[in-house]
Design a protein around this ligand. Structure first.
Ligand SMILES: Nc1ncnc2c1ncn2[C@@H]1O[C@H](COP(=O)(O)OP(=O)(O)O)[C@@H](O)[C@H]1O
Ligand SMILES: [Mg+2]
Length: 292
């Protein structure tokens, strides 16, 4: 096994090393196609790789395009609008509260406690500041008020498995903080030094809700043509219907349990240690390419 950095020399390295298969975890750093770049190079060089293809990776990095596809397949997701100005937000007819996020980020970048907006008066100045800062359109979504879960999936086709569901336990947050998995919640209140008891796995849910969440996630994985693995964020709407917030076809996998990466956490509860988790994903990719 060799490690190849996903930098401008990657193409040369792939040519030199001619790997049988690449375990792709490259999120890229430049542009809105950044997660698709390494898989596109690998497709061009005819080198197999784990996880989704460039099309799925590009779509899932764009929260609005993802939601458009989910809507086509009638998979519940919060109403939304792309906004470039305060005026557009006011005219969008979305119902407050509204959450505003950069359209193509992850790890709660740009999703702050203050991104939950309760009324039009709160919007002033916010949109222009964000557009300047993140240099991309913003997505405004109606707020889903219910419980939040994140769901790890592994496999393909009829071997697709939903690993134990993780609930984000907002009760662990300081009382004056909004119940969203914001930048503050993910990276400031929870750190390896001061771990927040923010995760329930398995959560306390009845079997009906569990199977509805699982079905929504399997349908989503298939609708977006995800491969080998993904982590899907889910939140219940006011009628307790699981809605998809976003799809992560390259889930975060920080190995140290203290970092609270949800995919490895769910895998551990399923009885898979870190190596098992990686090997199983690799196994599904090899099988998909007819290499096992
Ligand atoms: N429509 C929504 N309703 C309620 N909460 C939301 C909504 N969209 C995002 N959030 C909250 O913001 C968090 C981060 O949003 P998400 O789209 O998952 O961004 P990231 O890609 O940074 O993880 C979610 O985990 C959730 O807590
Ligand atoms: Mg998320």
């Amino acid at each position: 096994m060799i490690l190849i950095e996903a930098d401008i020399n990657a193409y040369k390295k792939f040519l030199e090393e001619k790997p049988d298969i690449v375990f792709n975890i490259a999120e890229g750093s430049v542009g809105l196609s950044r997660e698709a770049q390494i898989p596109s190079i690998l497709d061009f060089l005819n080198i197999p790789y784990t996880a989704s293809d460039p099309l799925t990776l590009s779509i899932c990095l764009n929260k609005a395009r993802t939601k458009e596809i989910l809507s086509y397949y009638k998979i519940p997701t919060a109403r939304f609008s792309l906004v470039y100005s305060t005026k557009e937000l006011i005219e969008s007819n979305l119902e407050f509260p509204i959450i505003i996020k950069p359209i193509a980020e992850g790890s709660s970048k740009g999703v702050f406690d203050s991104s939950l907006i309760y009324s039009a008066t709160q919007v002033n100045g916010f949109i222009d500041k964000y557009i300047n800062e993140y240099r991309q359109p913003l997505i405004a979504e109606e707020f889903l008020p219910g419980r939040e879960f994140t769901v790890a999936l592994m496999g393909n086709g009829n071997e697709l498995e939903v690993l134990p569901i993780v609930e984000i336990n907002f009760a662990a947050l300081p009382k004056d903080i909004n119940p969203i998995y914001s930048y503050e919640a993910k990276w400031i209140f929870d750190s390896p030094e001061h771990q927040l008891d923010m995760y329930l796995c398995p959560p306390d849910i009845d079997s009906d809700l569990e199977s509805r969440i699982k079905k929504t996630c399997v349908d989503t994985f298939n609708a977006l043509n995800c491969k080998d693995w993904s982590r899907i964020d889910i939140r219940l709407d006011k009628n307790n219907i699981p809605n998809v917030i976003e799809v992560n076809p390259l889930p975060g996998i920080l190995p140290d349990p203290k970092n609270n990466s949800c995919y490895p956490k769910s895998a551990r509860v399923a009885g898979l240690n870190y190596d098992d988790m990686i090997n199983n994903v690799l196994h599904f990719a090899l099988k998909r390419y007819g290499m096992s």
